[in-house]
Write a protein that binds this ligand. Structure first.
Ligand code: GLU
Length: 422
């Protein structure tokens, strides 16, 4: 990353991914040739998909699928639908998936997909047609041994059911293991929906204990009340953490005594929003981010902690539920302030870990009960958390660079063992 950055450069997720990669690779003394391989995604596919809208008009949507690495196994990673998706963003997210799968040591590479569209303006039928045509265009690149998508921003288990069905129709037989995050009745795994939030809860608890703080009285601020933030909030609340503020796109709420999360979920279900919750007061969205707390959990989107605001963070622990919520310039500021960062590739790895369990169950045709899924997730998250933290200590680097170093080392080792096919 250049020394002097414009704000646009600072917020470019691909430059952010490269900056962390370069730092970790330099620390590892990674061979120059391996650096060149790992710095670039191995495959980038762009598709322009014609879709008939409900009013009869034809529209063409642009979609991407980037496979960053398949060195350790099939590409793995979600598909997101959003109006501002860019190829650079999908590239960065694909690279982060490679490092995420390697840091938790599951046998996948990294990939990511995106379609430029605004789901809030599309009907269910339109979304289905976009999903099916996108899948059909990518059919040769997908498969349980090639590339296994999952839900991400604005996609869900229904989207995965459509991907699975489209793929299966082309192959003429049902292939459940081509996607994860499917509905339970179509080969989904118990515990998958909660998995990312559960992982965030587990690593936050471990971090609190590591710092000698008591999880049962920890104050938590959560940004995003969707699949990740909402689930983490529920599971943390069940364990006595005090969720003092929740921030959403349309407003934020605050209660220093702790918000009753099941009641807030019920309120949101009835009104469609977290605002005007009677048991909390409204607070500015920015103000809430900078409240004094033990854990700040950004679980919404990229670039929410930047050089412009990092100095105002008053959390002891930053648990990155979203992918890429912190820019590299903000990393330096947080380090100076002594904030304990649980980097995204570790903090939100619970989702892809249970995706791995789902893929294993589909391929075996044998399904686990929820307790087994949760126990195995717990074991992996706890041991990977401690591995990253001791690696950071041993090599005198921050947790993020430690996680990258561990991950890059594993992927580089796989490439070395396999050798280069010429
Ligand atoms: N989209 C999720 C992530 O960013 C899950 C990916 C997966 O399960 O493959 O980690």
């Amino acid at each position: 990353m250049p020394a002097k950055l414009t704000l646009e450069q600072e917020l470019n997720p691909w430059l952010a991914a490269e900056a962390r990669f370069d730092e970790a690779a330099a620390r590892l003394g990674l061979d120059n040739g391996l650096c060149k391989i790992l710095r670039l995604p191995s495959k980038e596919i762009t598709v322009h998909i014609p879709v008939q809208l409900d009013d009869g008009r034809l529209e063409v949507f642009t979609g991407y699928r980037v496979q960053h690495s398949i060195a350790r196994g099939p590409a793995k990673g979600g598909i997101r639908f959003a109006p501002d998706v860019t190829l650079d963003e999908v590239r960065a997210l694909a690279a982060w998936m490679t490092w995420k799968c390697a840091v938790v040591n599951i046998p996948f590479g990294g990939g990511k997909g995106g379609v430029i569209c605004d789901p809030s303006l599309l009907s269910e039928g339109e979304l289905e047609r976009i999903t099916r045509r996108y899948t059909a265009e990518l059919i040769d690149f997908l498969g349980p041994e090639r590339d296994v998508p999952a839900p991400d921003m604005n996609t869900n288990e229904q989207t995965m059911a459509w991907v699975m069905d489209t793929y299966s129709m082309h192959l003429r037989h049902t292939v459940t293991a081509v996607v994860t995050g499917k509905p339970l009745d179509l080969g989904g795994s118990r515990g998958r929906t909660e998995a990312t939030g559960r992982g965030c809860m587990i690593v936050s608890r471990e971090a609190l204990q590591h710092l000698g703080l008591d999880p049962s009285s920890a104050r938590v601020v959560i940004q995003g009340f969707g699949n990740v933030g909402g689930m983490a909030a529920r599971l943390m609340h069940e364990r006595g953490f005090k969720i003092i503020a929740v921030i959403e796109v349309d407003g934020a709420i605050y209660n220093p005594k702790g918000i009753d999360i099941p009641k807030l979920m019920e309120h949101r279900r009835q009104t469609g929003s977290i605002t005007e919750f009677p048991e909390a007061e409204p607070i500015g969205r920015d103000e809430a981010m900078f409240l004094e707390c033990e854990v700040l959990l950004p679980a919404a989107k990229e670039n929410v902690i930047t050089s412009q605001n990092a100095s105002r963070i008053r959390a002891k622990i930053l648990c990155e539920g979203a992918n890429g919520p912190t820019t590299p310039l903000a990393d330096g500021i947080l380090a100076e302030k002594g904030v304990f960062v649980i980097p995204d590739i570790l903090a939100n790895a619970g989702g892809v870990t249970v995706s791995y369990f789902e893929w294993v169950q589909d391929r075996q045709g044998f399904f686990w009960n929820e307790e087994l899924v949760n126990t195995r997730l717990e074991e992996l998250m706890v041991s990977n958390f401690h591995q990253v933290v001791s690696y950071a200590d041993k090599h005198s680097v921050n947790n993020r660079i430690a996680a990258y170093m561990l991950a890059i080392d594993r992927v580089a080792f796989a490439i070395k063992l396999r050798g280069i096919y010429a």
